[in-house]
Design a protein around this ligand. Structure first.
Ligand SMILES: [Zn+2]
Length: 73
């Protein structure tokens, strides 16, 4: 199973992790509520996990220009 990090803002897949390496704790997912998880985590038919997490570039852009924020959906 592979965990793919995709930025919801620019759509870039900026990280790919094999989960035999990393558990949910090290991914920072363990601290999420069930609701947040449903929003952020989705599962591909091939078993891959997609984590929609804002990339560093967009985080910085949003930090500088908060009006850039749009709903994730
Ligand atoms: Zn981005």
């Amino acid at each position: 199973m592979t965990i793919r990090y995709i930025c919801p803002y620019c759509g870039t897949e900026y990280a790919k992790l094999n989960d035999s390496f990393v558990g949910e704790v090290s991914l920072g997912l363990a601290s999420l509520t069930d609701d947040e998880r449903k929003h952020i985590i989705s599962y591909e038919t091939n078993g891959d996990v997609i984590a929609k997490v804002t990339c560093q570039y967009c985080s910085e852009a949003i930090y500088r220009n908060p009006e850039l924020i749009h709903p994730l959906q």
